[in-house]
Design a protein around this ligand. Sequence first.
Ligand code: AMP
Length: 428
Amino acid sequence: MATNAITAPKGIYDVDEAGAGRRRLRLERAFFDLAGQYGYPPLAFPFLEYTELFERGVGSATDIVSKEMYTFVDRGGRSLTLRPEGTAGCVRAFVEHHHEQSGLPWKAAYSGPMFRAENVQRGRYRQFFQYGIEAIGIDDPALDVEVIEFGYRFLTDLAGLGDVVIKLNTIGDTGERRAYVDELRRHIVQAVPDLGDDDRRRLDLNPLRLLDSKTPEVVGALDDGPRLQDSLADETRARFGEVCAGLDSAGIAYTLDERLVRGLDYYTATTFEYAAASLDVAQDAVGGGGHYDGLVAMVGGPDLPGIGLALGVERILLAAEAEAEGVRDEDRSGTDFVIVRAGETGDECARVLRGLRASGLRADMTYGDRSLKAQFKQADRLGAHTVVIVGERDVADGNVTVRDMISGDETTVGLTDVVGVLGSVRPR
Ligand code: AMP
């Protein structure tokens, strides 16, 4: 590469190489099809939002908001942020368009890039894609079950992941957590007096995140520390019991994980994560989500609950590759028919090409002014099984030559018949 060539920013990449673009397209279609089956219509919401949405919604103390957002001031002096996740934007759209006046729950499915300034490594990028669904407006454990089941079915049936573990927890509401967090803080300060910087930050800003700590002393101290479950009200526990029972009767296995806290502040009650056994433990989450009570009101809407999930597209594809099954490349990508030009027959070439495409065939031409040999090489590269040679002499007789690229056989076909004749050639 020339030294002055411009590259994509670190952690942000193009999605065209090695068939990834096609695999993604197919996976996305499968996602929206399944979402449609579950009653979640597609929603497209902006990549850019006012920064305040994420500060209020996701929470200023979270890593995402305090360290990872791409935020800038626009020419009008407003602070804007590239969306780091989808739920806040969905909820903003729900509130702004008064969807509480439509039938509830209001449901939506989305797909698109998210942006976080993270430490880049395998499975962790600065622009990454998520598929997500949200159901807003009704508090019903059955909706939690629906969302968890949806993600599981997508990952196993459609993305083809063989080994997905659902981790499940309930983290109560803000009030319940407050009592626990005070106890937790006291316990950790006493048990681990010399906390490292990272754990100290968690302790000061968002103590619940200590449950996520990888520091052996903290992990050890948590073992005989207070349990969040003990601070939960009976009602919260009963609600969680219903979610578990719903999953049991759907035949969906899960693992209870009392230390599952997610990196976003808005969750209340049910939280869950999908882990792919084929990925490295540090980056094995292929998706997650949870129930949120206060978010809609926080964004300025009515006091309504919601539940949603987000699935990480790159991680899903990595996991599928690691399992060497799953998202198989069964789609034909190549071009079946290629038009080769011999002489001044550009108009006839264009007409035949247009006719083939209009009848639904995958057709292309070689373009440019190239030798026949170079054009055949290009047709091979494109994967053509049939080449149509449009030569001056043939055209003068009202014909073209059709070559079967596998057998090498050539036949003469009338210019006006060629689309009909080729339409009956089956792609191999
Ligand atoms: P979150 O929005 O943090 O709950 O993440 C949901 C899912 O998105 C995770 O389980 C990952 O699969 C994926 N994900 C989150 N952050 C990244 C990232 N920086 N790069 C790639 N995938 C990510």
